[in-house]
Structure formats: structure tokens, C-alpha cells
Write a protein of this length. Structure first.
Length: 378
């Protein structure tokens, strides 16, 4: 399992490490905010378009080859910029990293499910999410140190070595998991499966959690600065958010496996906790900022492993790659949609109203859960 956790760390570290460093350390390539936005969008855009496709490919040929191919491609794309520092190479490298992550991220999730019995899915996905959270946390910090110590090329060098090392580790340690035979699936069959509440409910929760997480990382510092807080305080808030998300995920997974928590009640509690955190973020001063960050982190940390465990439990084993790819697409849409929603509302009113609207949207999830008829056996 450790190479799969390392793959999760790699995609998170690569995404945030470079994104946090582009604006200040790629002056020759970043000539305007529009160009910066384009470079940032390349990675996520590739993931939105390609994760479902690579997830389906993993079901067809096996998740392990797609995992290894994606990691090798990630290392090669990173090395592309190391070889020559030019704006064109930076664009190509960033696009290549996004395409590669689209391959090995859903494959790693599918292998986490395939290599663990259903009774241990909660703990497995909790540990996987923990390592991704560590990558998201260390990306801006360690990435900034590497760029300060050398240059943006040094950061890409580290990513190239990391991708290659994880690929070798996975090739040696991850067992062969052959694709399973499956009945032919039509487009209508796929649409019905993706429209099923067993898929839509956890995927919507994952998208909502990612939306809140992105809003917290992006807008809590803005709220703190507006309240007169310094960079240390606003940076601490983001660190608290990421740390709470990382710590809660394994604990939530273990509670699910031991029967102390169900996916339905856990996800509902996570949505409410996150909504309350957004409400706390509306309060002025350091206390509201830190309390909001802690609750948003804890709520999203509760939702993430339970959402993926619910998807794994409701998906035929031979379709795990496709389901994980589609679920990752939902998360990417939440990652982009949450900040856009809050920014749009804030531009018309205030940031406080943006937090309030997203909090109401998240709180609707538990309300709808209560109104839905509880299935037998849950």
C-alpha cells in the first residue's frame, strides 16, 4: 500500500508545490495574470477531461500498468522543464504533469480498493487521503524552500526524481491485479449507473468537501487580511485547515471499519461540520479564522475517506477504475466551482455572504439525507 500512498502524495505535492511558486518565480514565463491563470488551469483542466478516460482504461487493461505509466510520464514531463528553462517548456511540462496525474491518481484509488477487503476500505482510504493531505500541505512550503534555494527548475527536478522513484517502488511492490471480466456496457448503462444515488450521493459530498477546502485555502487568508491580521496568522489558518483534514481522515476510516460510524451518518456529520466552519469563518478576528479553518478541515477530512469507501462498496469490482475516475472528476469540479461561487457572490456583496451561501449549500446535504428513505440494512 505504501507506493500507492506515495503516488497520492506525488500528485498533491506536484499540484500545489508548483501552483504556489509560479506567480513569484517564473517571471520569464508568467507575463500577466491571464498567463498565470492559464498555467494554473492546465493541470486541473487535464484532470477534468482525462480522469474518467484513464479510469476506464484501468478497468480494461488493469490499474497497475496505468499507474506505472502515469508515474513515468509525470517524471518525464517534469524533466522536460529541467532540461531547458523556457516558457514553452514550462507550459508543456505543466500540461504533461496534469495528463500523467490523470492516469495514476484514479488508478491508485482503484488499487487501494482492489488490494483491501471491503471491511478495511475505510482505513485504507483514510490513510490514502492522509498522505494526499500531507502533499497538499508540504507542496507550497517545501516547494517555496526549493525555489528559494535554487530555482523553479530545482522544484521540477525534485518532482522528476520523486515520480521516477515512486514508479520504481510501485513496480517492485504493487502486485499485479488483472482486470476482471465484465459484461458489455452501453452509454445508457453508464449513464444509469452514474445517475444512481449510490454514486451521486458520495460523489456530490466529495465535490462539496473539495469546494469547501479550496475556498478555505484560497479565501481564509483574504478574510484574515481584511480583518487586519498578518501573514503569519493567515498562513497558520491554512496550516490548521490542512492539518485537521490530514489527522481526521485515518480516524474516520478506522471508525467506519470498526462499525462505530456509517457512511451516511459520517458524511452528513462532515457536511454539517464543514458548514459550521464556514459560518465561523464569517466571524471577525483570529478566533473565527482559526475555528473556521479547524472545522472546515475536520469536516472535509471526515467526508473524504467515507465517500470513497461508499463508492467502492457500491461499485462492481470490474468497474472500480471508471467509478474512481468519475468521482475524481466530481472533486475537480468542486475544486473549481467552490471558489468561483464564493468569488462571484463576494464581488456582488461581501466575502462573508460568499461563505454563508456555500455553507447553506453544504448544509442542504444532511437535510436531504434525512428526508430520503433509509435503505434496508443501513
Amino acid at each position: 500500500m505504501w507506493p500507492l500512498y506515495a503516488a497520492g502524495f506525488t500528485t498533491a505535492f506536484g499540484a500545489h508545490g508548483i501552483a504556489a511558486s509560479l506567480g513569484g518565480h517564473a517571471r520569464g514565463a508568467v507575463t500577466s495574470l491571464l498567463v498565470l491563470g492559464g498555467l494554473l488551469a492546465l493541470y486541473d483542466g487535464a484532470e477534468v477531461l482525462l480522469k474518467p478516460l484513464f479510469g476506464t482504461l484501468a478497468d480494461r487493461i488493469g490499474a497497475r500498468p496505468v499507474l506505472l505509466g502515469g508515474l513515468v510520464a509525470f517524471a518525464a514531463a517534469s524533466a522536460l522543464y529541467v532540461v531547458a528553462d523556457s516558457p514553452g517548456r514550462l507550459w508543456a511540462a505543466r500540461l504533461g504533469q496534469g495528463v500523467a496525474a490523470s492516469a495514476f491518481s484514479p488508478s491508485a484509488s482503484a488499487l487501494v480498493a482492489r488490494l483491501n477487503p471491503a471491511a478495511k476500505h475505510g482505513r485504507a482510504f483514510g490513510s490514502y487521503g492522509f498522505h494526499k493531505s500531507v502533499g497538499y500541505t508540504l507542496g507550497p512550503l517545501l516547494g517555496g524552500v526549493l525555489v528559494w534555494a535554487g530555482s523553479l527548475r530545482l522544484l521540477f527536478t525534485v518532482l522528476a526524481v520523486l515520480g521516477a522513484a515512486v514508479a520504481v517502488w510501485a513496480a517492485l511492490a504493487v502486485p499485479v491485479v488483472p482486470p476482471l471480466p465484465k459484461a458489455r456496457q452501453t452509454v445508457l448503462d453508464l449513464a444509469r449507473r452514474l445517475a444512481d444515488p449510490a454514486f451521486l450521493a458520495p460523489t456530490s459530498a466529495l465535490a462539496a468537501a473539495t469546494a469547501a477546502l479550496s475556498v478555505g485555502v484560497g479565501f481564509l487568508p483574504v478574510s484574515g487580511r481584511a480583518a487586519g491580521l498578518g501573514t503569519v496568522a493567515t498562513g497558520a489558518a491554512v496550516s490548521v485547515l490542512a492539518a485537521c483534514a490530514a489527522v481526521v481522515q485515518p480516524k474516520a476510516g478506522r471508525a467506519l471499519d470498526h462499525g462505530r460510524l456509517t457512511t451516511r451518518t459520517g458524511i452528513a456529520a462532515g457536511l454539517l461540520l464543514t458548514a459550521v466552519g464556514l459560518g465561523c469563518a464569517m466571524l471577525p478576528g483570529l478566533t473565527g479564522l482559526l475555528l473556521g479553518a479547524a472545522l472546515i478541515g475536520a469536516g472535509t477530512g471526515l467526508i473524504t475517506p467515507l465517500g470513497f469507501a461508499a463508492l467502492a462498496a457500491s461499485t462492481p469490482t470490474e468497474r472500480l477504475g471508471q467509478t474512481m475516475g468519475a468521482a475524481e472528476l466530481g472533486r475537480e469540479l468542486g475544486d473549481a466551482g467552490g471558489p468561483l461561487l464564493v468569488a462571484a457572490v463576494a464581488s456582488l456583496t461581501t466575502l462573508t455572504h460568499g461563505f454563508a451561501l456555500l455553507g447553506v449549500v453544504l448544509a442542504l446535504g444532511p437535510v436531504l439525507t434525512v428526508l430520503r428513505r433509509r435503505p434496508a440494512g443501513e
